[in-house]
Design a protein around this ligand. Sequence first.
Ligand SMILES: [Zn+2]
Length: 125
Amino acid sequence: MLKMELVEGRYAPVVICDWCGRLIDHADRGNYEYEVAEDGRPIGDRLFFTHTECCQAFEEARGGPGHWRMDDLRCLPLQLGVVLGIDWDEAAAQCGLGPYTPAPAARTRQRGEENEPAPELGEID
Ligand SMILES: [Zn+2]
């Protein structure tokens, strides 16, 4: 489930595992899941969240893995961003987080040269 909690002095949405009830504290340790019909169509009206280690037990207790589809939790914000038409720079500014700036490693990967340091502003052509 998603819920609001006080995090570092501000209320923020957090993700709670629907199997064990503990906080999913990093996106790479979680999934989001939804129930599907035999033909693969989504059924039901909600998303569920699980730790990667809780996923199998969650699904087995609810009809088995054939009734569920899951995806990496890291994908959810990006998929929602596409569906909602989010401009990440505007959204970051709106939330008081400043303009969006990719992490140096991400900028390096975008250039396709894994060990090259990220360029300084103004060096990008
Ligand atoms: Zn869990």
